[in-house]
Design a protein around this ligand. Structure first.
Ligand code: ADP
Length: 312
């Protein structure tokens, strides 16, 4: 695995608060990585350190193969960043803001830069609002303007601090769809509290609690894949059915869950829904009482890891 971000022993102390207490994690190149944790866990601090906005008290990090300690100017130009509270001049128009940013960061003819601005507006779905003033934008539109600034230079790595916070379902959906469109082009590292969204889009997670990483890795590892099904059978001859099932090449594992309940793991959902169902129906005398997905949600995992830490 090539890491787009690698962090080792990162510490940050603000006067009395130890915001990061030796943080280690990696974000694989090409992934969409959700950075999760309760309020005050240290997410913004980590991102600000990665962006070179604040200095760590100790530790080491590398972004896109470059040491954070070096001057990193070339690397900086390959990273897009959306801070938690971006601010825009309220009377400026969408297109002029983006042109202003593009002229500061991109090298090229005016025409080429304007083309890039138009492409970016299109990508974030703001073409129709290009002549609208910032103060007349909705929360979701404003967030997409923030993301458009971050991606104008076509970065290899995009770092977003809570891109969906405070948005209504429509705004969240638009941000999510946009991240999905960007996934082919760049590595995305983003913090979020909206676990449903992270579960839908991220392929990797890093969970931080009180300044320490409590979990990290590919999403599949935690959620046990999508093909884990729990089957409840009402049978005289349940054992025979199970023995038959055990021999099917598409069954990964069978675990007893109760007197008549077995958990059957299959490699994917399509297999569970088609082959498993067909197999059970073909067995006379067996009554399928329930067949339901049995995988944990990201929310279950998160609650196991950090519990009700948001209430501290
Ligand atoms: P998160 O983004 O996960 O909500 P932060 O990184 O913002 O967490 O904050 C981590 C901890 O550091 C919190 O306890 C917060 O109060 C503290 N903190 C953050 N910024 C500062 C600062 N500039 N001065 C003092 N303490 C800070």
């Amino acid at each position: 695995m090539t890491a787009a971000i690698e962090v080792r022993g990162l510490r940050k102390r603000y006067r009395r608060v130890e915001a990061l207490r030796g943080v280690d994690f990696e974000v694989p190149e090409g992934s969409i990585c959700g950075f999760l944790g309760p309020n005050g866990a240290g997410k913004s601090t980590t991102m600000e350190i990665l962006m070179g906005l604040i200095k760590p008290s100790a530790g080491w990090a590398s972004i896109l193969g470059d040491d954070l300690d070096g001057d990193g100017l070339m690397t900086r130009s390959r990273i897009g960043y959306l801070p938690q509270d971006p601010s825009f001049f309220p009377r400026a128009k969408v297109r002029s803001i983006l042109r202003f940013v593009a002229r500061r960061y991109l090298v090229g003819s005016r025409a080429a830069i304007n083309t890039r601005v138009d492409e970016t507006l299109d990508l974030v779905g703001l073409t129709d609002l290009a002549d609208r003033k910032v103060k007349a934008l909705s929360g979701g539109e404003l967030r997409r303007l923030g993301i458009s600034q971050a991606i104008i230079g076509n970065p290899d790595l995009l770092i977003l601090d809570e891109p969906s916070v405070g948005l209504d379902p429509e705004g969240r959906h638009q941000v999510l769809a946009l991240l999905d469109r960007l996934r082919e082009q760049m590595t995305i590292f983003y913090s979020s509290h909206i676990l449903d969204d992270v579960e839908r889009i991220a392929d990797h997670i890093v969970v931080i609690d009180r300044g320490e990483i409590v979990e990290q890795g590919p999403m599949d590892r935690y959620l046990g894949g999508r093909g884990v099904y729990s089957v409840t059978l009402d049978v005289g001859d349940g054992d025979g059915v199970l023995r038959g099932l055990e021999h099917e090449p598409w069954v990964d594992e069978i675990t007893p869950m109760g007197e008549r309940e077995w958990r059957v793991e299959t490699p994917d959902r399509a297999i569970a829904e088609h082959r498993l169902m067909r197999f059970l129906v073909a067995n006379d005398g067996v009554r399928v009482v329930a067949l339901r997905p049995a995988y944990r949600s990201l929310e279950d995992l998160y609650m196991e890891l950090v519990g009700d830490a948001d209430d501290h």
